[in-house]
Design a protein around this ligand. Sequence first.
Ligand code: 1GP
Length: 240
Amino acid sequence: NSIYQNIITSSAKNEKLLAVLIDPDKMTLYAVSGFISKVNQSIATHIFVGGSEVDKGVTETLVIEIKKHTKLPVVLFPGDVIQITDKADGILFLSLISGRNPDYLIGKQVEAVPKLATTNLEIIPTGYLLIKNEKETSVERVSKTNPIQRKDIQTIKDTAKAGELLGMKLIYLEAGSGATHAIESNIISEVKQQLHIPLIVGGGIRAKTELESAYKAGADLVVIGTAFEDDDTFFDNLQK
Ligand code: 1GP
């Protein structure tokens, strides 16, 4: 379980981590080598692969291509069971604990077990919390769950803590891919203060200043996808 151990170690040393999220739905195979060479030159520490709506087989082909070009750990961040492939290094085994749709709380996870049994993926149990964005995000649409309102900080905190008490190894605060507003610093810091496990934050982070304020508020690992998809010169601000 080296991926998780590295996250724990970094968190203890206050060394911040950055995952670049690649949505198989939005990345073409021929674009991978150029994109990954930018990732390699940046401060990114992880590559996450996943999306809300991805066709069968696409993720595996993409992961194989990504692995040809980088030594960074490739971690699946699956929107569905069909995105599981043993070509990656690990998987965030997500439960959408902000929602009350049993499919995304436990159903998909049960469905995933026979598939996971055939892999050597490092499985990292992750409590996944969707926080309300101004506009509906694809996670909200696809999962058919209600996000937690931003003003309802106590519910956000209690939900994250419940995930920890259930034995989850990471908590992921998600505004949704392409969110119009990243999760505010006060939410991040209030959640972080009462957790003993690392905190991931993602959704709508488009500027280095927003990345830094998420770190300052207590995010151990930040996930950025859309900002790189839209404009890969963003990597130029994030050189090693
Ligand atoms: C989405 O948290 C990730 O699941 C990243 O979001 O695409 O908005 O960076 P963005």
